[in-house]
Write a protein that binds this ligand. Sequence first.
Ligand code: CTP
Ligand code: MG
Length: 171
Amino acid sequence: MINEILRSVCRALVFIWPGYVANAVPVIMAHFLPATHPLDFGRYFIDGRRILGDGKTIEGFVLGITAGSLTGYLMEIVRLHTTYGGVVLAAGSMIGDSLGSFLKRRIGLERGAPAPLIDQLTFLVIALILYNYAVEPLLADQVFALLVITPVIHRLANYAAYKIGIKDRPW
Ligand code: CTP
Ligand code: MG
């Protein structure tokens, strides 16, 4: 039983890896790039708040998708993924991450404010939906495993990024 759960979690992690890479790369890269440009071009929504905010940049979006896609390509060589699957997961992850910020701004949260579940799951849910329709149907146990482990991994990864100094806040 425990073995089966562990196997299922490992399979799920291998599957989602390009999406995780896409999500993590902007955070790391933002720390090193001298200048970045907001994905919403600094524009405001009809509610008077920023569409996405300064936390979502063109550089982060493009580099995230590139890195996630490259991860899919490399994983295809060792038969752990497909390049196309990697591209779809990476794009879904970055679109979902931006959607999360869009939702946060709509409920009045400033850039960088913590939003439990939105911060940890929007990128995952959109990546999974896109993969399900653009590549192949997902297995329920895989989706369930990812919904449970992703918030934990996201929290740990962000805390680690904060501790080593590449992130201002631990979320
Ligand atoms: N980042 C980026 N471009 C993206 C996504 C993230 O440059 N498309 C960088 C930004 O420097 C951002 C950091 O990664 O501040 C952390 O990402 P995240 O926690 O998702 O953004 P927040 O700053 O918390 O903004 P928001 O409240 O909109 O989530
Ligand atoms: Mg954040």
